[in-house]
Design a protein around this ligand. Structure first.
Ligand code: ATP
Ligand code: MG
Length: 425
């Protein structure tokens, strides 16, 4: 870098100030997580380094094919700076072609005075800018910063120029990262919504299928009743069947409503062990009467978790009841273990394993157990299943950004594993 000119204007930052700006800026960028804060910081620091009192950051909006005025600092008349500039406007064109900080003099010294250069220069004048800094990465102009001229340019040094260039490069990298991150976040939200719509579609289809059988039996009863009205045995038996069918439809409707009414989890900081213990309390009596031995191992160092108590209870209860159902005939052992788990990368999870020694799940069924209405619990068992238990559990765990997995082998037993991201210690 060239040494500091002795003829520096008072308002131009000194070399150590400039160095400070660059160092602090690079450090600050690491703490920024949203585009608005980052944009403000960038334009402020560029103004400070360039000794200008106002500036505007334009950001590429790919969807609308324009650059939009994202952040402004200092006293700029907003009428001077348009809210958007089309991607095809000569100014972004020129910046993309040269990838250089545009100043009033270098725009004049450009080799050929093409239409695009003239257009860019006209725009620069109209917006009363003295410098325009391109933010270009991987051949794309993702943004540009427009700096005004409140300070006389006498103090312009090589150092100022290289500082500006260094800041611009750091800013460009940070902008690129945050823009990518925000796009990723948007597509993730979209994917989640699509997932949900897809499963609602499956549910609607499944629901129609599920209520067809009970409806047929109700219809048959109504059709036969007039001619069999004097057969008390028939009336008595069939009434019972019909009533059961009505209950089944009612239960299905309730489940679907619960699923459709599904709300964003209301997260509170919780002791996961506490929730596990309260679920185990519920199933204790039932386990006892079925000859099922319950073993619990709750880790004392389990990290605290942000979760929706009601929803997580619903998940655990369904897993515990499924495990008990699988052992209802022959009894067995239900082991519930919580653990602190640190995955590679340092992320900490609260982890629970629910292991039974029940009948196990056939390999062909294993890939369907999370599907809506998949159930093997038909009339034969102790209770009839709706097959929505695991679908809902999966949905809830996903909304908590956790994971649910299963391991099973027929005749040996099944283990469900749930991990929830822990709060930072
Ligand atoms: N621990 C387990 N052992 C053996 N099979 C299991 C176990 N957990 C789930 N399954 C299988 O997965 C199927 C789907 O479970 P899910 O909880 O979604 O519905 P369900 O238990 O059948 O009905 P519901 O939850 O409405 O009572 C079960 O019918 C069963 O076949
Ligand atoms: Mg179930």
């Amino acid at each position: 870098m060239t040494s500091h000119s002795p003829n520096t204007n008072v308002l131009t930052p000194s070399s150590s100030e400039l160095l400070n700006i660059v160092t602090r800026f690079a450090a600050d960028l690491g703490t920024m997580t949203d585009l608005t804060t980052l944009g403000n910081c960038i334009i402020q620091e560029l103004c400070r380094a360039g000794a200008t009192t106002h500036g505007t950051l334009f950001l590429l909006d790919r969807e609308h094919e324009h650059y939009r005025r994202a952040n402004m600092v200092g006293p700029t008349a907003p009428m001077l700076i348009p809210p958007t500039l089309a991607v095809s406007h000569p100014l972004p064109h020129h910046l993309l072609a040269t990838n250089r900080i545009m100043t009033q003099d270098n725009s004049a010294e450009d080799l050929q005075e093409t239409d695009s250069v003239a257009g860019a220069r006209a725009a620069m004048e109209a917006m009363q800018a003295t410098r325009i800094v391109p933010h270009l990465i991987k051949g794309r102009l993702i943004a540009f910063s427009l700096l005004g001229a409140a300070v006389p340019m006498a103090g312009e040094t090589e150092l100022t120029k290289s500082t500006l260039a260094a800041l611009a490069q750091t800013a460009t990298n940070a902008l690129d990262t945050i823009v990518l991150y925000e796009e990723l976040h948007r597509s993730h939200t979209l994917m989640k919504r699509t997932d949900r719509l897809k499963s609602l579609e499956t549910i609607a289809g499944g629901f129609a299928h599920e209520i067809r059988n009970p409806l047929t039996s109700i219809k048959t009863f109504i059709q036969l009743a007039p001619e069999r009205k004097d057969d008390p045995q028939f009336i008595q038996d069939f009434s019972k069947v019909v009533l059961d069918d009505v209950y089944r439809i009612e239960r299905l409707i309730q489940e679907i409503l619960d699923y459709a009414r599904y709300m964003e989890p209301k997260l509170t900081e919780e002791d996961f062990n506490d929730i596990v213990a309260s679920c185990l309390y519920f199933i204790d009596v039932k386990a006892d009467s079925h000859g099922i031995k319950v073993e619990k191992e709750l880790a004392s160092d389990l990290p605290r978790v942000m979760l929706d108590r009601q929803q997580i209870k619903q998940v655990l209860l369904n897993l515990l009841l499924n495990a008990m159902d699988s052992m209802a005939e022959a009894g067995g052992r239900l082991r519930v273990q919580t653990r602190k788990l640190e995955k590679p990368g340092g992320k900490v999870w609260a982890h629970i394993e629910i292991e039974d020694t029940g009948e196990g799940i056939h390999e062909t069924n294993l890939e369907h157990i999370f599907d809506p209405f998949f159930t093997t619990k038909h009339e034969s068992g102790e209770h009839e299943g709706t097959g929505l238990g695991l679908t809902i559990a999966h949905q809830i765990i996903q909304e908590h950004r956790g994971e649910i997995r299963v391991k099973s082998s027929v005749g040996v037993g099944t283990t469900f594993i749930v991990s929830l991201p822990a709060l930072p210690a």
